[in-house]
Design a protein around this ligand. Structure first.
Ligand SMILES: Cc1ncc(COP(=O)(O)O)c(C=O)c1O
Length: 377
């Protein structure tokens, strides 16, 4: 008999609804991770880490950045990231979740409006929940809806600044934000664009700077996570110096956390240098993506222009069955269910990672074709 009966009951309720999650080891060909350039387990990253260790970079920071935890490697990475991503300053955080928490809880001020896309990541919601600004959501990728909401807010007396929160590539849909239109809206409203580039960094822009890199004349905060295409962990918030200084002084996930590993900072700096010296790695990811899009025609996949190809099945059970059938054949594919995605849109999230080949993609899509014909039974 557990001493935590209410917790056990909650888990039981999840199980009854088919929503109980279990941790499972990574097995099979990697169509599930966000390792889009295949860097996470690469020889390149191993070597970069070994070199940093050899020159004495410590594993642990052993303190908050504002106390003894600040290391020259953090600052070197931030200087390099600011240069590479084209902003005045950058701040290295332990992860993208923390970074979004920091951005939305401490940059928008009382009296401001944070307008977010309906499909924005849970970590942005977490930050908004903690911040003082008014928060509202607009329909996914619907610029006109956002415009109308700003007008309504102003008409009702809203006087503060507007912050528009988008993902440049949506993590579960794989589609892109209509960035040029949102940038025009932000310019017209003197709003700030907050761009989560998690699934774009390392893949788009001339050298992997992300989709936002091409925008000019618009106030912007960009989040580049290091745990996806860059193959490590952590996140870089890139913005004007005054905003970065605000985060350093006011963002609780920054102030009250042990600084990220200096070894990781050194490694991520090496990855940024690698992107600049090897544009071929981005071209390879783009070629694999193009192959997947071509091979997936006719399967009912929504085919956005990213490495993320969602196959929306609808109900949870057929999605789980389809994932299990593919896993049994040696493909690591996961079913994504509510609340991660909207109700009734359970799906297979097929991620074209740097760890698969064209043959793997062809074999996977042949199997999915069979499963689909059998109605995912
Ligand atoms: C769009 C988006 N933002 C933020 C995060 C959080 O980043 P991290 O995994 O580095 O905490 C994720 C990761 O799942 C994500 O997909």
């Amino acid at each position: 008999m557990t001493a935590f009966l209410r917790h056990a009951e909650r888990l039981q309720a999840l199980e009854t609804r088919g929503r109980l999650r279990q941790l499972a080891p990574a097995r099979g060909r990697d169509f599930a991770s966000n390792d889009y350039l295949g860097l996470a387990g690469s020889e390149f990253l191993r070597r970069a880490m070994a070199e940093a260790l050899a020159r004495g970079v410590p594993v642990g920071a052993a303190g908050s950045r504002l106390l003894r935890g600040n290391h020259p490697e953090h600052e070197a990475l931030e200087a390099e990231a600011a240069r590479f991503f084209g902003t005045e300053a950058a701040l290295f955080m332990g992860g993208g979740f923390q970074a979004n928490q920091a951005i939305f809880s401490s940059l928008p001020m009382a009296g401001d409006l944070v307008l977010h896309d309906a499909l924005i990541h849970a970590s942005a919601h977490e930050g908004m929940r903690l911040g003082p600004a008014h928060v509202a959501g607009f329909r996914h990728n619907d610029v006109e809806h956002a415009r109308a909401m700003i007008a309504e807010w102003r008409a009702s007396g809203g006087r503060g600044r507007v912050w528009i929160a988008l993902e440049t590539v949506y993590s579960m849909e794989g589609d892109l934000a209509p960035l040029a239109d949102f940038a025009a809206l932000a310019r017209a409203e003197e709003a700030v664009l907050v761009l989560d580039e998690a699934h774009s960094t390392g893949l788009y822009g001339p050298l992997g700077q992300g989709h936002g890199a091409r925008l000019t004349d618009v106030a912007m905060v960009a989040l580049h996570t290091c745990g996806k295409a860059l193959g490590g962990s952590g996140a870089l918030i890139c913005a004007d110096r005054v905003l970065v200084q605000t985060l350093v002084n006011r963002a609780r996930p920054f102030v009250f956390a042990t600084a990220p590993s200096p070894l990781m900072a050194a490694s991520m700096r090496a990855v940024i240098a690698h992107l600049q010296g090897n544009p071929a790695c981005i071209a390879q990811a783009a070629a694999l993506r193009a192959h997947a899009h071509m091979a997936g025609r006719g399967l009912g996949l929504s085919l956005p222009e990213s490495q993320i190809l969602p196959l929306v099945i609808g109900d949870d059970q057929p999605a789980l069955r389809a994932a299990a059938a593919l896993q049994a054949e040696g493909f690591d594919i996961r079913a994504i269910r509510p609340p991660t995605v909207p109700k009734g849109s359970a799906r297979l999230r097929i991620s074209v990672t740097g760890n698969v080949t064209r043959d793997d993609i062809d074999a996977l899509f042949a199997l999915i074709g069979d499963l689909k014909e059998r109605g995912y039974r």
